[in-house]
Design a protein around this ligand. Structure first.
Ligand code: IMP
Ligand code: MG
Length: 175
């Protein structure tokens, strides 16, 4: 285990198993259709890859980057990397690392809805147990987590720890 991690909450085996189940569920839900997986950079990439390899459908992929600025009144978001594909008429599945307040996904969903996709679904590895708006209810959730800061398997703290194959909580002295 990494020296800055105090506790592993999801092991590599659990993460791989759950990603496989989600890929299989998406395969069932979209039977006979094509899907476009949209990974939200950068935290989703390991989860994205593990779900993707378990989807047995015609499948395309694309990525989107957003950045949040802490404004004086509220958090403002901006697209830093837009999609390369046109999404009109497509089944878009947004793949995210973690749903916290839901602001990031609500913003992305609103922006993408303007481009007339057939459907936008949300697939998140983790869902923090806090109140969210109806708009960002995820159809596919890997695991629910308590309101603690977690890292690993794509998730970072100051851009570190994304490479850990498990998800854990960092020690106070590492923050
Ligand atoms: P939201 O807009 O509040 O839902 O925030 C979601 C974003 O905050 C995620 O995409 C993550 O990048 C980041 N985030 C929230 N909680 C955590 C955490 O526990 N670990 C790492 N990143 C987090
Ligand atoms: Mg993120």
């Amino acid at each position: 285990m990494h020296k800055d991690i105090k506790e592993i909450i999801f092991s590599e085996e659990q993460l791989i198993k759950r990603s496989k189940e989600i890929g299989e569920q998406i395969t069932k839900d979209f039977e006979g259709e094509e899907v476009l997986l949209v990974g939200i950079l950068r935290g989703s990439i390991l989860f994205f890859a593990d779900v993707m390899r378990n989807i047995d459908l015609d499948c395309k992929i694309d990525f989107m980057g957003v950045k949040s600025y802490e404004g004086t009144v509220s958090k403002e978001l901006k697209i830093t990397k837009d999609l390369s594909e046109d999404i009109e008429g497509k089944n878009v599945i947004l793949v995210e690392d973690i749903l916290d307040t839901g602001k990031t996904l609500a913003y992305i969903k609103r922006e993408l809805a303007k481009r007339n996709p057939k459907k936008i679904s949300i697939c998140t590895l983790l869902d923090k147990k806090i109140e969210k708006s109806e708009e960002v209810k995820a159809q596919y959730v890997g695991f629910e987590v308590d309101n603690v800061f977690v890292v690993g398997y794509g998730l970072d703290y100051s851009q570190k720890y994304r490479n850990l194959p498990y998800i854990g909580v960092i020690k106070e002295e590492a923050i």
